[in-house]
Design a protein around this ligand. Structure first.
Ligand SMILES: Cc1ncc(COP(=O)(O)O)c(C=O)c1O
Length: 393
């Protein structure tokens, strides 16, 4: 083991959103960045750039887009060229742009709540209508997972309220941690083809696969899927460089790609030069052994959360994520029995001095849940779970 993920770094000394939004005595387990230093190869590349001294405007080099294409080939056997890859400042920007180019005001955007909350804001940003295909909660003892209810999905994709123009997929899914199977992806594609829906697939967590799980980009389901999909990826979650604001849209359909790049230009959207450097180092493969170690650490943290909840938090159920560093904790039994009242985030801050994401912000299906970020040293995780236990005692 070369990376020391047990090391506690003082993030309050930075301008971290996660660490500075609440009072100093509150342990933050919410915003989705990790409390680990980025891999040495990325830090070395950034030090090199800063050491030069001049931080002027820079192009996103063709070699960067080539690295992204090569990484997709290496990870997934996905044949791409640099031309298919467009730099963007972030994925939230990417899916808002995708909505702007695929939807007219009043059109529908299909999403699967509970889901990463900025998905639910696209409607307000673009004058569209959110169409909800809520995921189905399935419990097994003290654990749970979420499934697609295909009747609900089909109904949302073919509803009377609006023509569905875009399906905004989160794969792997945040907050449930589900990696969709090839069969599920094929069925989603089939419905989108039938209803003539463009797919925008947020695959930001696709390299954070636990237990050797496999991820298939939805665009790889078929040549037709590739033609109707905007895939969004980044090094930001995997290598913990989210504050550098660079991601990528992969669009194989030339006409769709042209509309996307035109919209970026119209909105004068640019990417960050230090983010280019970090992404180049990340996608070059130089950080892969760091990533292998990270995934082992995260899987052990995930297992620790599951075991702790099962043993010490009666009334709480926990998702067992296939991917991500996010655990989705179901406290609905405690809410229903009246043991917890009011917003859950407030409850745990007030009674345990620990901050989770409030489940209701993820839309329908989020009621009674909190999201816990386990991308942190084990000691921090233990402390957070003990605080949760104290709050519930
Ligand atoms: C599914 C998903 N998409 C996008 C983002 C944020 O992406 P960006 O910072 O690149 O806009 C997050 C961050 O948590 C996320 O979980």
């Amino acid at each position: 083991m070369t990376a020391n993920f047990d090391e506690i770094l003082d993030r309050r000394a930075t301008n971290s959103v996660k660490w500075n939004a609440f009072a100093e005595d509150v342990l933050p387990m919410w915003v989705a960045d990790m409390d680990f230093a980025a891999p040495p190869a990325i830090l070395g590349a950034l030090h090199g750039a800063i050491g030069h001294g001049v931080l002027g405007y820079e192009f996103a080099q063709e070699s960067l887009m080539e690295s992204v294409a090569k990484r997709m080939q290496k990870l997934n056997g996905w044949e791409l060229t640099a031309e298919d890859v467009i730099p963007i400042p972030g994925l939230v920007t990417g899916f808002n742009i995708a909505a702007r180019i695929t939807c007219k005001p009043g059109d529908g955007i299909l999403v699967q709540p509970p889901v990463y909350y900025p998905f639910l804001n696209v409607q307000e940003n673009t004058g569209t209508v959110t169409q909800l295909a809520e995921l189905k909660k399935v419990t097994h003892g003290r654990t749970l997972h979420h499934e697609i209810d295909w009747d609900v999905f089909e109904g949302a994709a073919h509803s009377n309220d609006a023509k569905t123009s875009m399906f905004l997929l989160c794969h792997p899914h945040n907050p449930t941690g589900t990696v969709y199977t090839d069969e599920e992806l094929a069925r989603m594609v089939e419905i989108c083809e039938r209803e003539d829906i463009i797919i925008c697939s947020d695959e930001i967590h696709s390299e954070l696969l636990l237990d050797g799980n496999k991820h298939t980009p939805i665009a790889m389901v078929s040549p037709e899927a590739a033609q109707r999909t905007v895939t969004l990826i980044a090094a930001s979650k995997t290598f913990n460089v989210a504050g550098l604001f660079v991601g990528f849209a992969i669009i194989q359909n030339p006409e769709l790609r042209e509309r996307f790049t035109t919209e970026l230009a119209k909105l004068t959207i640019h990417t960050n030069s230090l983010g280019h450097i970090a992404s180049q180092a990340a996608f070059s493969g130089e950080c892969d052994s760091w990533l292998d170690e990270l995934l082992v650490y995260l899987a052990a943290n995930r297992d620790f959360v599951v075991e702790y909840v099962e043993k010490n938090l009666p009334g709480v159920r926990v998702s067992v994520p296939d991917a991500t560093f996010l655990a989705w904790l179901d406290c609905s039994e405690l809410v229903e029995s009246g043991k917890i009242e009011g917003p859950l985030q407030d409850f745990f801050i007030e009674n345990g001095k620990v901050a989770f994401n409030e489940g209701t912000s993820f839309g329908p299906g989020g009621e009674g849940f909190v999201r816990l970020n386990f991308g942190c040293p084990r000691e921090t995780l233990v402390e957070a779970l003990e605080r949760m236990k104290t709050a519930l005692a």
